[in-house]
Write a protein that binds this ligand. Structure first.
Ligand code: PMP
Ligand code: GLN
Length: 386
């Protein structure tokens, strides 16, 4: 074999995702896993039943249509209309993907040329850096700084260059829990229009905003034709393993993303697509109950982490809490998370891996609260031993 590395240079350094590393550590040590964001109870029973029924009825067991089954595309369009007043044509403006993850990858591969710049908030969700790299483009971070993590929009303006092709935003934001406010979204939209940029918005936590509501940037003036909106059923319906996600955008953007998507998976999750169509049509009580439940869990974990000595940055959305470990006499979040299972049987995520400017997040650690109350209480008891 030649000395040339097997992994191409675009992917060099990406290694194993922090979520896989930390979940493996949780399993190996029998620790409570407040790392990777997945709930410890499944979503609504009737939705699981709908998936089982679809399999037994032979719905989606063979390749469904590439863009997604019509029932789900209609349900996605209805959902955008019902919650945000946004109109999308189910045939040309909606695309079903293998989770938001594939939607993000297909979008980057479709819209970027090598050398293009993508401005994204850091800390970044890990697949952003990877898929921008796969497309041969360059990420340009706008650092969100503690304690508020609000984006500095004057700084955003200074980051735009003639090579900037798109702005990648994420609201509610993983891992900080930041929710972009309407005035911030307006300012971002104005910059996008002024500089003729595309906007990709990851809204997988759209139903986990604890006050003030979720505001999609696609609804703002001038944005419809330049925005790719991405979401997923994983978080909202607590079926993260089904991997049913989607894109909504103007027809030319969907056509571009669909072109890439065809050669990534072509299609996925046939029978689950029917079940997710039912889930999207659940009554308001489901969505309200889900949010209220997670808000209560947020408060539970937030109080416990504060009592255990962490500095807690209260999230406005998502099911994650970012903390600072400095008050515990600790500096390095990665070291802290790697030693935490042995020290007290809890697993968390070091935010530093989501940064280019590591100093901004070195002492930050993320905990998820999408777990049973008893699990959260036990985790807090263990963390208080630190
Ligand atoms: N974006 C963000 C911000 C996430 O936290 C996640 C994790 N679920 C994803 C995308 C990926 O979603 P999916 O599981 O639907 O691929
Ligand atoms: N979105 C989940 C999180 O942030 C993880 C998904 C994954 O493992 N890729 O924890």
């Amino acid at each position: 074999m030649s000395a040339r590395p097997l992994l191409n240079r675009r992917l060099a350094g990406l290694g194993t995702t922090i979520f896989a590393e930390m979940s493996a550590l949780a399993n190996a040590t029998g620790s409570i896993n407040l790392g990777q964001g997945f709930p410890d109870t499944d979503g609504p029973r009737e939705i699981a039943q709908a998936a089982a029924d679809a399999i037994l009825a032979g719905k989606g067991n063979q390749y469904p249509p590439g863009p997604g089954v019509p029932e789900l595309r209609s349900a996605i369009a209805e959902h955008q209309q019902r919650w945000y007043g946004l109109e999308f044509d189910p045939d040309s403006e909606v695309l079903v993907t293998a989770g938001a993850t594939e939607a993000i990858a297909a979008t980057m591969l479709a819209l970027l040329e090598p050398g293009d710049e993508v401005i994204a908030f850091e800390p970044f969700y890990d697949s952003y850096a990877a898929t921008i790299a796969m497309a041969g483009a360059t990420r340009v971070p706008l650092t969100l700084r503690a304690p508020g993590f609000r984006p500095d929009l004057d700084e955003l303006r200074t980051l735009i260059t003639p090579r900037t092709r798109l702005l990648l935003i994420n609201t509610p934001h993983n891992p900080t829990g930041l929710v972009l406010h309407p005035d911030e979204l307006r300012a971002i939209a104005e910059l996008a229009c002024e500089h003729d940029l595309l906007v990709v918005t990851d809204e997988v936590y759209e139903h986990l905003v604890f006050s003030g509501g979720h505001h999609p940037i696609a609804a703002l003036p001038g944005m419809r034709e330049r925005t790719v909106s991405i979401s997923s059923s994983g978080k909202t319906f607590s079926f993260t393993g089904w991997k049913v996600g989607w894109v909504t955008a103007a027809a030319p953007l969907v056509a571009a993303v669909r072109t890439a998507k065809q050669y990534l998976t072509f299609v996925s999750a046939g029978p689950f697509q029917y079940a997710v169509a039912d889930a999207l049509r659940l009554p308001d009580e489901y969505f309200d109950g889900f949010r209220a439940d997670l808000r209560r869990k947020r408060d539970l974990l937030s109080e416990g982490l504060t009592a255990a000595g962490f500095q807690v940055f209260e999230p406005e959305g998502t099911y994650f809490i970012t903390t600072d470990i400095t008050p515990l006499g600790e500096k390095d979040g990665l070291e802290f998370c790697r030693s935490l299972p042995a020290r007290c049987g809890v697993v968390a995520i070091p935010n530093v891996v989501f940064y280019d400017n590591a100093d901004a997040g070195r002492s930050h650690v993320r905990f998820t609260f999408c777990k049973g109350d008893d699990v959260l209480a036990e985790a807090v008891t263990r963390l208080q031993r630190l």
